[in-house]
Ligand binder design. Structure first.
Ligand SMILES: [Zn+2]
Length: 301
């Protein structure tokens, strides 16, 4: 498990230290990215410190304050989230230490691919204040250009955060029994191992589908889907998609049978209790129009 400092690169919108504005407002979108990114990393067991400055001050004071917060924690990586300006297009990631050059390149490529914009790649920079003054290794991500129409049309803060998270978490990709979630506005997440979180809590996004690789276990599944109702999948395989993709329908309730236990994170009420997959118990709601936001499944000992 890794430790991260993550911050949105500027003070909140409306002050002198608020960053760029064009078709998009940098300080607002950078906060959307960092909030989703922090949620995904924390749900995957990573330690994350939010070093964002949320009061307005001058640009230089804002940077000083950010670095001060970052340097309180010894982490594997400092991540500064920005959006670019100046009539370019695409994603680029700055790094200070050569040891994170390949990570910077991978993050840049992943965001560019997820958004469908140009990959400007990794760029070494030893003068940017945050990169120069943070003690841990650091990257500064310029997600896209706020003043470019193509970038604006392609922009999706959640997709961007998911691309960053998938790159950072890549090395811990699960094998054996595993599952993944398809999340509103975001698409498929990476697979997680027994006990991990599929979906995202805390940012009000619906879980639309899950896919479970039973890896030898016998699992039966039923799901209650928005506008569709109960659907019985019977015995599932790793290819079974429980729920829908591309239809904007939320998963509302789930029922499993097999040697697993599970819990779901339901809109407005949070995590249910862990429940045995006995083919009778259900997790979620029916007839209340509430979305399941996340699920955790573990193999029974
Ligand atoms: Zn910036």
């Amino acid at each position: 498990m890794a430790k991260y400092n993550i911050h949105a690169g500027h003070c909140p919108a409306g002050g002198t230290g608020s960053g760029a504005a064009g078709y998009l407002i940098e300080s607002t979108e950078a906060r959307n990215v960092k909030n989703s990114l922090i949620s995904i990393l924390k749900s995957n067991g990573q330690t994350v410190y939010d070093c964002t400055v949320n009061s307005n001050m001058s640009a230089s004071d804002c940077l000083k304050k950010i670095v001060e917060m970052c340097n309180k924690n010894s982490v594997d990586l400092d991540i500064s989230i920005h959006l670019n300006a100046g009539n370019g297009t695409g994603t680029e990631v700055y790094y200070y230490s050569d040891s994170v050059k390949s990570k910077a390149a991978a993050v840049s490529a992943a965001i560019a691919k997820a958004l469908g914009i140009r990959d400007r790649g990794a760029k070494k920079n030893t003068s940017l204040y945050v990169l120069k003054n943070t003690k841990s290794k650091a990257i500064l991500i310029e997600c896209c250009f706020v003043d470019n129409k193509t970038d604006r049309a392609a922009w999706n803060a959640t997709k961007c955060a998911n691309a960053i998270a998938n790159t950072l978490l890549g090395a811990e990709r699960a094998t054996g029994f595993r599952y993944r979630g398809h999340v509103q506005d975001m698409g498929w997440q990476r697979y997680v191992a027994s006990g991990g979180t599929a979906g995202i809590t805390g940012i009000s996004k619906r879980l639309e589908a899950i896919q479970i690789d039973p890896a030898g276990l016998t699992i039966e599944a039923k799901a209650h889907i928005q506008d569709i109702g109960w659907k019985n999948y019977g015995k599932i395989t790793k290819n079974t998609i429980i729920g829908t993709v591309g239809q904007s329908d939320r998963l509302e309730c789930l029922q499993f049978k097999g040697n697993i236990e599970y819990r779901t994170h339901v809109q407005n009420s949070g995590w249910t209790s862990w429940t045995k997959a006995d083919g009778t118990a259900t997790m979620g709601t029916v007839g209340q129009s509430l979305r399941i936001e996340a699920i955790q499944i573990r193999k029974k000992a």
